[in-house]
Design a protein around this ligand. Sequence first.
Ligand code: PEP
Ligand code: MG
Length: 574
Amino acid sequence: MSERITGIAASDGIGIAKAYRLVQPDLTFEKKTVDDTEHEITRVKRALQASSNDVQAIRDSAEKSLGKKEAEIFDAHLAILADPEMVSQITDTIKQKKINAEEALFEVTDNFAKTLQAMEDNPYMQERATDVKDVSKRVLSHLLNKPLPNPALIHEPVIVVAHDLTPSDTAQMNRKYVKGFLVDLGGRTSHSAIMSRTLEIPAVVGSEKATQVVKNDDEVILNGLDGFAVVAPDDQEQQQYAAEAQHFEQERAEWRKLRNQPSVSADGQHFEVAANIGTPNDVTAATSAGAEAVGLFRTEFLYMNSDELPTEDAQFEAYKRVLEAMKGKPVVIRTMDIGGDKHLPYLPLPEEMNPFLGYRAIRISLDRQEIFRTQLRALLRASHYGQLRIMFPMIATLDEFRSAKQIFTEEKQKLIDQGTAVADDIKLGIMVEIPATAAFADQFAKEVDFFSIGTNDLIQYTFAADRGNDRVSYLYQPYNPALLRMINRVISAAHKEGKTAAMCGEMAGDKVAVPLLMAMGLDEYSMSATSILRVRSQMKHLNVADLKKLLPEILENCKTNAEVKQLVEQKVNI
Ligand code: PEP
Ligand code: MG
């Protein structure tokens, strides 16, 4: 019998394939005494051989997808597996102590790792201790017959089932074979959900029990449109969802025809539909989806995909690439938004009780000014190659914006004094993602050049509900009138001062929210590249004058998120 697992629809599309559990197995074991030591020695030798085969395959695959240097780590693993000293110590321990292979492996490798770790004057050897532990874990997994997951080795279509996915796990997935993600944790705006949309991989997150229910190789239908999965589907379900997947693909093909058209409502009003990107590579998906701008470049991914702070030149190259690829269309680059759920291994941040409310984004930039100034210099130098706009994240007070602007102005002047070409029309804007900033939008609008409403954070702070926590995901309420009123006021405040209002949170691509935002006059909608054509198609069918008539009823009479949704679904053809 098939089983249904419900969760949160996090990335559009339907995938059907066998499950691949990206879950670390439980490798606990008991120490036993044995009579047949030869049998234990044979077992350990087999496990060593199987581990070598694994590592060799991972090594080859890493070399192809990541490069020679990244593959070198696996050479170290292969050398450990073949180390005659270690192998003979394990077999001797089995013979002398008459213990099982698992215990002998543990005792010997633990000893090796401890010896290496003690070499305080040799950091290279100390690091090898981690390799020994990794290798030992792999051999143990073979002894216990509980294989470790190897995402790099996926070579057939799969639905990846995981307890949690970090952004870096998600980034390593091969789009060709990964047909969907089914994840226990996470909300619609957690960063792994956002990455899965960028990669165009259907995803269901916050499923709570997927890893308890789904076994390796179970057939799974993953419905990222409606937020559920069916495990071991029957023939009828297989046919139904294969047809729906096909229908979705046809719809996508229709949308693709709008690639080179502007985003215009049925009554002729133009809006800008833009792309959110995380790396310069994403710009290809943005341009091929017909993005009219880059509305948000989350630059922190440049920092996260590096082993050290990216240099000014490396950043300059990345920003220049995006500006050139957009051929004079606007590119909004947000300064680094580290902290919260985004960490840099080389920039340890203090442990905090509430990282989302802590030391992050502009707060770090204003504190660690050398990092901020390097980024601003790279941006200023790149400004020459396109239409750059700079945006500051997590602005809570006017003072923060003024300080950031002051530092920007100083760096600009220094570059001009050196004779470096810098554009003189760089607009400076802020993310509106903190309720205090939304409440004070009329004053901010006098000083900034543009707003971009970051609803992912604005909703989490307004409803005091962690965006990554599926237990409180019911409080992700983009249609709640309390939030809609706030957004409406922010847009009006911008317009009153002749400034533009954009939105770059996930709500900008939400089919129920889009008609409301059009009625409020939101100028720019920035979203995952995969949503652009769907939204453009939706806008084409909507009449702004009609939507404006509906707005007062929504803002004044509706009381709940559900009421607004229902009213929009009834009155608007979405
Ligand atoms: C937001 O908060 O809405 C936003 C776009 O920024 P991020 O998702 O990167 O926090
Ligand atoms: Mg944010």
